[in-house]
Write a protein that binds this ligand. Structure first.
Ligand code: 8NA
Ligand code: MG
Ligand code: MG
Ligand code: MG
Length: 344
């Protein structure tokens, strides 16, 4: 069990890395040709050849900050996290950050990190960001707190609110974290019932999506609605076209239109998908996620984290990994996080 869990930690964080690195070149395309992607994955996953590594983007840069925040503080510490995000951004600003989150880093620095949530709360005229930037970096939270669902939810919220305070941005991060937890606690050799997996997520979101602040939101249960769509599309299987998936679940930088999509990609890729030729369901997940286009690096990264936590790192093709920036460092960080969790 211990060996399996350590492998799931590495699988999760490497899955997030590979989705980011391999998806980034296609970011913003509307639908990506499955034939082109097949060649791309065949080549990179085949016999090793020397080539410049595929660079990671903001998704991985911020995941590493969160990981190191947890390792240094034995849990999430928001002020230190705000500092780490900001220092990282100013060291390497060209990692493809969202348009608006950059304002948060400038304000945090100008205000000397006095209130780690203040600048994020002021975004979008006080509405806060609903981007997927909280969800895309959430894997370390799921890995560290997975033994307690309420700790996962609480810390997913706290860590997200350093940059994203809109309820849709926060709840998207919660959903992604809970999906990773469910994968972590599943037997990779066992039978996974995709409908059951999404029903469990639905039940968690039913309690998370309470109209807590009594704001009278026009749509108080948007994630539950999208999870119903996930189930419908899973039932349809091959009969649902990529365009239908894209249209109903979305592939945008909004958490609501990308987190459920990532979960769907993982569940759909449990079985064969037309025009994707591989026996490896981890690889199939990434290929499929990227093929849907839009925010490819982030959706593939989130789907990869869920898939990697399910299958473990033995499913991650060695040569594919070698073509991604910092894969050894990420693997080592996963081991450190696993060691810390055992002690906690
Ligand atoms: P963010 O907080 O800047 O949000 C991303 C975008 O979402 C914003 O720039 C806005 O356009 C929009 N948005 C968010 N909240 C609101 C709101 N309340 N009202 C109106 N518009 C809103 O950054 P983030 O950290 O959430 O961004 C994450 C994404 O950006 C990731 O996908 C990451 O890879 C990156 N990125 C994506 C693309 C792409 O085309 N898919 C391109 C560059 C960067
Ligand atoms: Mg990115
Ligand atoms: Mg992205
Ligand atoms: Mg190692």
């Amino acid at each position: 069990m211990d060996i399996l869990m350590a492998s799931k930690y590495r699988g999760c964080l490497l899955g997030a890395l590979l989705g980011d690195c391999l998806g980034a070149p296609y970011e913003g395309e509307s639908l990506v040709s499955k034939v082109v992607l097949q060649q791309y994955f065949d080549k990179l996953g085949g016999p090793y050849f020397k080539a410049p590594v595929k660079m990671y983007t903001d998704d991985t840069a911020m995941t590493k900050c969160l990981l190191n925040n947890i390792l240094s503080n034995r849990g999430v510490e928001p002020r230190d996290l705000a500092k780490r995000f900001t220092v990282e951004y100013f060291n390497e600003p060209r990692r493809g950050y969202g348009q608006n989150v950059i304002d948060v880093f400038h304000k945090l620095r100008a205000e000397k990190f006095e209130d780690p949530f203040g600048p994020a709360r002021a975004q979008f005229n006080g509405g806060g960001s609903y981007g997927n930037g909280g969800a895309m970096r959430i894997a370390p939270i799921a890995l560290f707190y997975y033994k307690s669902l309420s700790d996962v939810i609480e810390n997913a919220k706290v860590s997200t609110k350093v940059t994203h305070t809109n309820k849709k941005g926060v709840d998207g991060a919660v959903l992604q974290a809970v999906a990773i937890c469910q994968s972590l606690q599943s037997n990779p050799e066992g039978k996974l019932n995709p409908q059951e997996f999404s029903d469990k997520l639905f039940n968690v979101m039913a309690s998370v999506e309470k109209d807590e602040e009594g704001l009278g939101l026009d749509d108080p249960t948007p994630y539950q609605a999208q999870l119903r769509v996930v189930k419908d599309l899973l039932e349809k299987g091959d009969a649902a076209s990529d365009e239908e998936v894209q249209m109903k679940l979305g592939t945008s930088v909004a958490a609501l239109y990308s987190v459920p999509t990532a979960i769907f990609c993982f569940l759909r890729a449990r079985t064969n998908i037309p025009e994707i030729e591989t026996d490896n369901p981890f690889r199939r997940t990434l290929q499929y996620a990227i093929s849907l286009g839009g925010d490819t690096d982030t959706i593939a990264s989130m789907a990869g984290a869920i898939a990697g936590a399910f299958y473990g790192d033995s499913f991650i093709p060695e040569n594919l990994k070698k073509h991604c920036e910092s894969s050894q460092e990420i693997s080592d960080l996963a081991d450190s996080l696993y060691d810390l969790t055992k002690k906690a």
